[in-house]
Design a protein around this ligand. Sequence first.
Ligand code: NAD
Ligand code: TYD
Length: 358
Amino acid sequence: MIIVTGGAGFIGANFVLDWLAHSDEPVLTLDKLTYAGNLENLASLRGDPRHVFVQGDIGDRALLDRLLAEHRPRAVLHFAAESHVDRSIHGPEDFIQTNVLGTFRLLEAARAYWSGLQEAEKSAFRFLHVSTDEVYGSLSPTDPAFAETKRYEPNSPYSASKAASDHLVRAWHHTYGLPVLTTNCSNNYGPYHFPEKLIPLMIVNALAGKPLPVYGDGQQVRDWLYVKDHCSAIRRVLEAGQLGETYNVGGWNEKPNIEIVHTVCALLDELRPRADGQRYATQISYVKDRPGHDRRYAIDARKLEADLGWKPSETFDTGIRKTVLWYLDNAEWVARVQSGAYRDWVATQYGAPDGAAA
Ligand code: NAD
Ligand code: TYD
């Protein structure tokens, strides 16, 4: 079986759902259920004997030791993190606690468990660390896309904390021989994306008749990847990645933010036109820029393609249409996130506010 940390969040939940759609190998999801963790994302697995959910913190070493000893995973896939740049600017402490200290505790627990395994299990074990392209810093319009060899230049508290965690993972491999793999992915989008991030925020605000806040001049460039392509890349790296290596994951889809917002508006005009006949783009509102805002990210994903044969299967056009349709079809999910009702899910579904539940 495998352990997935942060499996109730956006990418982690997509990963767990996809994993169990592709294989019967059981998954234990360990998630603290911060504001970003939503167990409703995994509601379709309720009662599925292949899935165990445990509410807990990756910083809780005793819990980690117990789960590893009891479940004896062949891999730990580490998604859990504080992930929102704007929140990291307002309150960086949680980012240091979870992304740096939490990753350290998880590495130490994994090392202790792995050290005690028999030779065959020991050589098969993997610790896969899910990271971001933001560790590489910001590009000018003419710079080449980030290769794995690019110097780390993190600019936000979020990216600095993720860079620190990447360095810890690397060091645990070089010093202790822990069999690690690291992926650095570009911006994801797709189902279950918490509506504080650009794409889901634009969809839900547009539908609610609210302003669509575009930071600064809207010309910042991000490289967008449909979340299910990220999940397939992680499965491939887990299966065939070289120990100690890092793999950049991206979809060759660089777009300025304002173009993304216009695309979302145009899809909504087509799929759910406004009652008053106006265009959703009239709701766009330029607002004060984010401090230290990185201008451009772009991923060079050639290593992953050349070494492991991975390629994304969605284009931006197909992925963004699926995403907008998902939000239109899942108004209940959106409403429960917006009202905060999703936070009651554990108590209502499992009868207790914390602890382990299958
Ligand atoms: P998310 O914020 O949606 O989910 C994070 C999950 O981690 C939540 O379920 C939360 O409850 C859980 N969590 C937070 N602190 C925890 C702790 N101390 N112990 C246990 N669980 C904890 O984030 P996401 O967008 O799904 O990102 C997942 C991972 O992928 C992160 O490591 C992030 O850095 C990385 N990443 C994200 C993107 C992106 O575009 N979203 C791109 C590249 C990499
Ligand atoms: P975000 O989804 O927060 O991802 P990240 O900062 O990790 O790349 O933001 C994506 C881009 O969209 C980023 O350049 C900031 C911008 N943005 C806005 O213009 N308005 C918004 O309301 C949000 C949330 C983001």
